[in-house]
Ligand binder design. Structure first.
Ligand code: GLY
Length: 367
């Protein structure tokens, strides 16, 4: 088992990475005294595969007070309705408000975000343990404390920073993840390579087939660990996204989120929209002459293609809707957009106020 520490003063926590950790979850949590009353938030799909295993592990380690709140799977379910539903489920469990609750978020990004928000707001905050089961949540959303829900089609509009007290990652859960979802997660790994660590890009380029076939779990653990090392160092410097440091993690997301939202979360997985957003960021950077390494764009295009991620959006996603959705980007400042643009492998630049005409042009012609 590998252990990584996210250092945030009193809110510091460990991230445990290892095969079969899901079977040991009861023991791992027991030894940390985070609470005796276990409330597991998960979705229908993850529940059907892993909930019994997790409950068994808790029972085997002496936990007797265990309940779960299950929501349907899918981004559109990161909603106010399900947030309220989960709060009521939690209150039913905690009838006399006398329990020592620990919320376990067992699932992908949707479960982690909404579950973390429930934990952060219920009784003004109870312990939260993230147990991400998709690649995307294992390399990104499962750590860092961004929690929340979508409001209508506006992604992550309502939420809070609420750090978990522990993160448990079992890469074997990726064996039951559908391939499209796995590819989508790799888009976030590509992002880390572009913004901070070009060695991740080489690793992906050299081993894309081994990764996609899950033939080498050691390799998978390595990409999870490398990604989280980058993310945790960034979060440690700018926990609340206030200093223009954490914002770099939004590389590719300005247009990516807008594409997801404009297509009402029904057309693209998050990483697929991110792939399109990454290509758009390269094109903007190239047109503004911020991109210094001329081969970089082609290299990333090849990598995304080899992973099986989209490079061009389909016609059901309208350009005007993307531009409209971009207005809800939380990075907008004084009415101006804010882009993270690639310079060379491992280096980006923040650009405020990219002309909408350039964006329109790129959406029409390039992606
Ligand atoms: N996923 C971006 C962040 O955590 O800041």
């Amino acid at each position: 088992m590998k252990k990584l520490r996210v250092k945030l003063d009193k809110r510091s926590y460990d991230v445990l990475i290892g095969q079969n950790l899901l079977d040991k979850i009861g023991k791992l949590i027991k030894s940390r005294n985070t609470g005796n009353d276990i409330f597991i938030i998960t979705d229908t799909k993850v529940a059907s595969i892993y909930l019994d295993k997790v409950i068994k592990s808790f029972k085997n380690n002496g936990f007797v007070s265990i309940a779960s709140g299950i929501i349907p799977e899918g981004e559109e379910n990161k909603s106010w309705k399900n947030y309220e539903f989960l709060l009521h489920q939690l209150l039913d469990f905690d009838k006399n408000l006398d329990k020592n609750i620990v919320v376990i978020c067992l699932g992908g990004g949707v479960v982690g975000d909404i579950g973390g928000f429930v934990a952060g707001t219920y009784r003004r905050g109870v312990h939260c343990i993230q147990v991400p089961t998709t690649l995307l949540s294992q390399v990104d959303s499962g750590i860092g404390g961004k929690t929340g829900i979508n409001l209508g089609v506006v992604k992550n509009l309502v939420g809070m920073f609420y750090q978990p007290c522990l993160v448990i990652i079992d890469p074997l859960t990726l064996q039951t993840l559908d391939k499209r979802e796995f590819r989508s997660g790799l888009a976030e790994v590509v992002k880390y390579g572009i913004i901070k660590d070009p060695s991740i890009l080489s690793l992906l380029e050299n081993h894309v087939n081994d990764l996609l076939s899950l033939s080498d779990m050691g390799l998978i653990e390595k990409i999870i660990q490398s990604s989280l090392n980058i993310k945790s160092r960034i979060v440690e410097q700018d926990e609340r996204d206030e200093k223009d440091i954490r914002v770099v993690l939004n590389f590719g997301h300005t247009i990516g989120h807008a594409i997801e939202s404009a297509s009402k979360y029904k057309v693209y997985k998050h990483g697929e929209a991110l792939s399109l957003g990454i290509m758009a960021a390269f094109e903007i950077s190239s047109r503004l002459k911020i991109l210094k390494d001329k081969n970089f764009q082609g290299r990333i295009e090849n990598l995304l293609r080899n992973i099986g991620l989209p490079l061009k959006k389909n016609i059901s996603c309208k350009n005007y809707a993307i531009l409209e959705s971009m207005k809800y980007d939380k990075k907008f400042q004084d009415g101006k957009n804010k882009f993270i643009l690639p310079v060379k492998p491992g280096e980006t630049k923040i650009k405020i106020g990219v002309d909408n005409k350039i964006i329109e042009d790129i959406l029409k012609i390039k992606i």
